[in-house]
Design a protein around this ligand. Structure first.
Ligand code: FE2
Length: 245
């Protein structure tokens, strides 16, 4: 069995379109919308292609219209891109996002999978570093062969006990210094971390056409081109501390 795992698409259809992998099952770990120019097309894709999907904090924020306050960094970009995201989504899109569970357990090929956007104890928001020490306490009591997470936009995999933890990275808004779209394949229980180049100018042109603050357009283009935020109030490595992604 060959499983395609995607997360944090963030309304970037060009990045999504670059993924061309034969697979038997597609799993999506949330944050399909916000930041990027193609929220409707990306929700359509997930609805049509993902066999199972869970809700991300951005999906939740959009469908619940959660209040946002942000003066800089990715919080600011979330606040700025929410109105065009809401305008682009139909009631059907919003119903689909609202119907996503926050966690999902399933069995594939005899293996138990737990799907969650952030962490099992805080499915939407908890930001956890990509290291074993941070994750060990968060998997206590979790009975699964694979725990699949997103949220941090950091691609990694390692084992804790008999559980394989996997974050496929972000399809549409990588933030670790490599602008390529990220995803993962699990084939017969073996994880492959994947990267693929995509038509970044297509995405930046889409952002340019959005009715948002020019400052936000420049920030987003920066992140798309470099895989991190290079200028402004960041520290140059694309990190803003324990900020939801
Ligand atoms: Fe995200």
């Amino acid at each position: 069995m060959r499983i395609l795992v995607v997360a944090d698409i963030h309304a970037n259809r060009a990045a999504l379109d670059a993924i061309s992998e034969p697979h038997d099952v597609c799993l999506c770990l949330g944050d399909t919308v916000e930041y990027g120019p193609n929220p409707a097309a990306c929700v359509d894709w997930v609805q049509q292609h993902a066999d199972h999907s869970v809700r991300g904090n951005h999906d939740h924020g959009v469908v619940q219209n959660v209040d946002l306050f942000g003066v800089g960094g990715f919080r600011y970009l979330t606040m700025v891109t929410r109105p065009p995201t809401l305008a682009a989504l139909t009631p059907s899109h919003r119903r689909y996002l609202a119907s996503r569970p926050t966690t999902q357990m399933l069995t594939l090929g005899g293996k138990r999978f737990l799907l969650v956007h952030a962490t099992p104890r805080d499915p939407l928001d908890e930001y956890t570093p990509s290291d074993r020490k941070a994750w060990e306490p968060r998997l206590v009591g979790v009975k699964a062969d694979f725990v699949l997470v997103g949220h941090t936009h950091q691609q990694f995999t390692f084992e804790i006990g008999t559980t394989t933890l996997l974050n496929p990275g972000s399809v549409g808004l990588p933030r670790d210094g490599d602008p390529r779209a990220r995803y993962a394949i699990i084939e017969d229980g073996v994880v492959q971390l994947k990267q693929v180049e995509y038509a970044i100018p297509e995405t930046t042109a889409g952002v340019e056409a959005m009715e948002i603050d020019p400052r936000a357009k420049a920030m987003l283009a920066d992140v798309y081109r470099h895989g991190k935020y290079m200028n402004g109030n960041g520290n140059g490595n694309g990190q803003y501390g324990p900020e939801p992604s």
